[in-house]
Unconditional design. Structure first.
Length: 281
């Protein structure tokens, strides 16, 4: 029997992106796909309702914006357990023909894979660094301090794994939640996304917990998608920068949670708060 795939995407005032999303989804797999669109309390759902109904998908309308990970969790929980894989994807993603089949085949060939991720192309045609190393304190601090003023610094390059986006599949510490196929059994085993992350780092945390539980995160460049951009966040850049820094602290405080590391957590919180203020001043 062919593996079953549930596609879950989360919208927030991004209904216009669903048209091209569904158009590309139609040729992304020869398998039947179940699609759940979770809306995080958008101001107007007219276009979402029309588009979802036209494509025979399910629209789950939440009454508040609890964040990306919580939206995905609601979509998965609302669908039920009868599925082998969950394709977690942003609504502003376009799939190349057969790309979902390539991801499923890769996961089927590597039964220890908890997640597999495609090559992600930005709107300008560049490859997005979507399969990265888990951030350490050293690389995280170096990336935070120098990423904007010295983009090619060694800490940022190490964090983004920028030299490893060729034609070969490889393991990664984590894969971008912009488009990610997760084995349902692995997702259930670790409890899915941590909804404490409102936005950003929920995919880093997911990859870390999958790896800790013995699952592998595998980058599969033979599957390609295009990510056109964060439409819902571009209008609230300062708020999203704060969310990014808050999530970075949450991830690092979870990683360095021992009682004797309390002074380190205090320094991290202060430093990230100062950096957040600096970049949004």
């Amino acid at each position: 029997m062919s593996p079953s795939v549930l596609v879950v995407t989360v919208t927030y005032n991004t209904g216009q992106t669903l048209v091209s999303f569904f158009d590309s989804l139609a040729t992304a797999s020869t398998r039947p796909l179940s699609v759940v669109v979770v809306d995080n309390a958008s101001s107007d759902l007219t276009l979402e309702r029309e588009t979802v109904a036209r494509h025979g998908a399910t629209l789950l309308e939440l009454n508040q914006n609890a964040g990306y990970g919580a939206g995905v969790a609601a979509g998965v929980a609302g669908y039920g357990d009868d599925v082998d894989y969950i394709l977690i994807t942003n609504p502003d993603v376009s799939f190349t023909p057969g790309s979902i089949d390539v991801l499923v085949d890769a996961a089927e060939a590597a039964q220890t894979a908890g997640s597999v991720g495609p090559r992600i192309i930005d709107a300008d045609g560049t490859v997005y660094p979507s399969a990265r190393n888990l951030p350490s304190l050293r690389t995280g601090v170096g990336h935070a301090l120098f990423a904007r003023i010295w983009p090619s610094n060694p800490w940022s390059r190490s964090y983004r794994a920028e030299r490893d986006y060729g034609q070969d599949s490889r393991e990664a510490g984590w894969l971008s939640g912009a488009c990610l196929l997760v084995r349902k059994r692995a997702y259930d085993a670790i409890g899915g996304f941590d909804s404490n992350f409102f936005m950003y780092f929920e995919d880093v945390d997911l990859g870390a917990r999958l790896g800790k539980a013995g699952w592998r995160n595998i980058y599969v460049p033979d599957a390609t998608v295009t990510h056109t951009g964060a439409h819902s966040t571009s209008r609230s850049a300062k708020r999203m920068e704060k969310a990014h820094h808050d999530s970075a602290y949450l991830y690092l405080s979870n990683k360095y949670s021992a009682w004797y590391l309390a002074p380190l957590r205090a320094v991290l919180k202060l430093g990230l708060a100062a950096r957040s203020w600096w970049v949004t001043r």
